[in-house]
Design a protein around this ligand. Structure first.
Ligand SMILES: Cc1cc2nc3c(=O)[nH]c(=O)nc-3n(C[C@H](O)[C@H](O)[C@H](O)COP(=O)(O)OP(=O)(O)OC[C@H]3O[C@@H](n4cnc5c(N)ncnc54)[C@H](O)[C@@H]3O)c2cc1C
Length: 409
C-alpha cells in the first residue's frame, strides 16, 4: 500500500502538532481531529509519516494523560460526530489507556519492582563502562540503525513518538541492542510529554513478553519499511528473534483500592498532574485550590517539566488558585490552615509519582488533623474492574461502559 491508497491525494497532508500545555490547545486539536476518528483513523493509524505529517492520528495523548482533556470528553465528542461502528477502532484505542491504568492499579507490585529495578540498572550503568557506553549510544541516537537513531532524537526533540514507532523502538532496544527494558522505559518517561506510569511501564513489558507472558513483539525491517512509507528500511540490522523475557515471580492481582466521596464540609482542592480537570469538577465548592507538581519531575526533561507545570498553571488560572513547587506536606497544611479547612479533596491519584507523594504525606496530614478524600471519576470506576486480565475483557465491556456514562446511542 502506498500513500496514494491511504489518502487518495498522493501524499498525506502536512500537519505538525504543537504541544501547548493548555486546555484550549487540547480542545482545538480534538476539534481538528474529530472528523477523522472514523474509518480514516482505522485505515491509516498504523502509519508513521514523520513528525511533520500527523494527520492520521490524534496526537492527543499529552493532554489526555494529564486529563487536561478527559477520555470521557474525547469519547463524547467522537460519538457525537461518528457512528459507534465507524468510530469503533478509535474508541477502543482510547480505552487502552483506561485498561493499563486499571491493570496497574490491580498489580501494584509491577510499579514497585520497576522502580526498584530501575535504581539497580542505573547503578549498573555507573559501575559498568561498557554497558554505559552502549546505553549512551542508544539514547544519543548513534547506534548506526538509522530509524532507531532518528527516533531517539525525535523523542528528545519533540516529546512524542507515534505508537507503532514506540513498539519498534522498544523492541530494538530490548532484542537488538540487548539493553534492559527498565532503562528504555525510563528514557521514555524522561522525554515523553504523555509519559504515564501505567501505559509506559505496561507497554514496555508487553513488548518484552512480560505483560502477556511469553508473547513478545519483534520489530521487522519489512514492517518498518511499509508503515514508515519507505522512509526507513533497516534490513539486516535487526535481531531476527525476540525471545520473551521472564521474571522469577508472579505479580499478584489485588483489589482496586477504595475511593472516597466528596465531603460535605468545606475543603481544599488539590490538583495534581494526574488530573488537571479536577479543578473544573470540584472547584465550585472548594474554599481554596492548590496545584502541586510532583518532585519526580526533576528526573524529567525540561520540556516535560514545563508541560506539566504549564498544565497545572492553566488549570487553576481562572480560580485564583496557587501553584507551589515544594514539599507537599508543608504546602498542603499551610494552605489548608489559611483557608481554615480540615478536608483535602483530590482526584483519585492512580499508581505513579503523585500517589507515591500522597502516600508519603498522608501520616503527616493526619497528624495535622487533615482528612484526605480521593474521589474517583465514573469513567475509571466503570472501566478498571474489567482490567484485571487482557484488554479483550475491557473491549467487550465498552458498550456497557459507554451506557453507564450516558454515551450510548
Ligand atoms: C513502548 C510504549 C510506550 C508507551 N508509553 C506511553 C505513555 O507513556 N503514555 C501514553 O499515553 N501512551 C503510551 N503508549 C501508548 C501509545 O503509543 C500512545 O498513547 C499513542 O501513541 C499516543 O498517540 P495519539 O494520541 O496520536 O494516539 P491515538 O492513536 O490517536 O489514540 C487516541 C488516544 O488513545 C490512547 N491510546 C491509544 N493507543 C494507546 C495504547 N496502546 N496504550 C495506551 N493508550 C493508548 C491515548 O490516550 C491516545 O491519545 C506507549 C506505547 C508503547 C508501545
Amino acid at each position: 500500500m502506498n500513500t496514494q491508497d491511504l489518502f487518495g491525494q498522493g501524499t498525506p497532508p502536512s500537519e505538525s502538532v504543537t504541544f501547548a500545555p493548555t486546555r484550549k490547545a487540547g480542545l482545538e486539536r480534538l476539534e481538528k481531529f474529530l472528523s477523522r476518528t472514523g474509518h480514516h483513523y482505522e485505515r491509516n493509524r498504523n502509519y508513521d509519516f514523520g513528525p511533520e505529517q500527523r494527520s492520521n492520528i490524534s496526537v492527543l495523548s499529552p493532554w489526555i494523560r494529564h486529563r487536561i482533556i478527559t477520555e470521557q470528553e474525547v469519547l463524547t465528542q467522537t460519538l457525537a460526530r461518528q457512528s459507534p461502528s465507524a468510530a469503533e477502532k478509535f474508541v477502543q484505542e482510547v480505552f487502552w489507556r483506561g485498561y493499563f491504568k486499571g491493570w496497574l492499579e490491580q498489580h501494584p507490585s509491577v510499579w514497585l519492582s520497576y522502580k526498584r529495578d530501575l535504581v539497580q540498572k542505573l547503578d549498573a550503568l555507573e559501575a559498568n563502562n561498557f554497558l554505559n557506553a552502549e546505553y549512551q549510544t542508544a539514547i544519543e541516537g548513534r547506534t548506526g540503525i538509522d530509524c532507531f537513531d532518528q527516533w531517539a532524537r525525535e523523542l528528545v526533540e519533540t516529546g512524542y513518538l507515534h505508537n507503532h514507532t514506540r513498539m519498534w523502538f522498544a523492541s530494538i532496544w530490548v532484542f537488538t541492542l540487548g539493553l534492559p527494558w527498565q532503562l528504555g522505559a525510563d528514557f521514555f518517561m524522561q522525554h515523553l510529554l504523555d509519559g504515564d506510569p501505567a501505559s509506559n511501564t505496561c507497554s514496555w513489558r508487553w513488548v518484552s513478553g512480560l505483560h502477556t507472558k511469553g508473547k513478545s513483539y519483534l520489530a521487522r525491517a519489512s514492517n518498518i519499511a511499509k508503515f514508515t512509507d519507505g522512509r526507513f528500511n533497516p534490513v539486516g540490522q535487526l535481531s531476527p528473534t525476540a525471545v520473551p523475557l521472564v521474571e522469577d515471580f508472579d505479580h499478584p492481582l489485588l483489589p482496586i483500592p477504595e475511593a472516597d466521596a466528596l465531603p460535605e464540609a468545606a475543603f481544599l482542592l488539590l490538583v495534581t498532574p494526574e488530573d488537571c480537570q479536577a479543578s473544573a469538577l470540584w472547584a465550585e465548592n472548594a474554599a481554596a485550590v492548590l496545584a502541586l507538581p510532583t518532585p519526580e519531575q526533576e528526573r524529567q526533561s525540561i520540556r516535560v517539566q514545563a508541560f506539566k507545570t504549564g498544565a497545572l498553571q492553566d488549570s487553576i488560572s481562572d480560580l485564583n488558585g496557587t501553584l507551589l513547587c515544594a514539599d507537599w506536606v508543608t504546602q498542603i497544611t499551610e494552605v489548608a490552615r489559611e483557608a481554615n479547612v480540615k478536608h483535602i479533596v483530590t482526584a483519585y491519584t492512580p499508581i505513579g509519582p503523585s500517589a507515591d507523594q500522597l502516600a508519603t504525606a498522608a501520616p503527616s496530614l493526619t497528624e495535622a488533623g487533615l482528612t484526605l478524600h480521593r474521589v474517583r471519576r465514573p469513567y475509571d470506576t466503570l472501566t478498571w474492574p474489567h482490567a484485571n486480565k487482557g484488554f479483550f475483557k475491557v473491549k467487550k465491556q465498552i458498550p456497557k461502559i459507554l451506557q453507564g456514562l450516558g454515551l450510548a446511542p
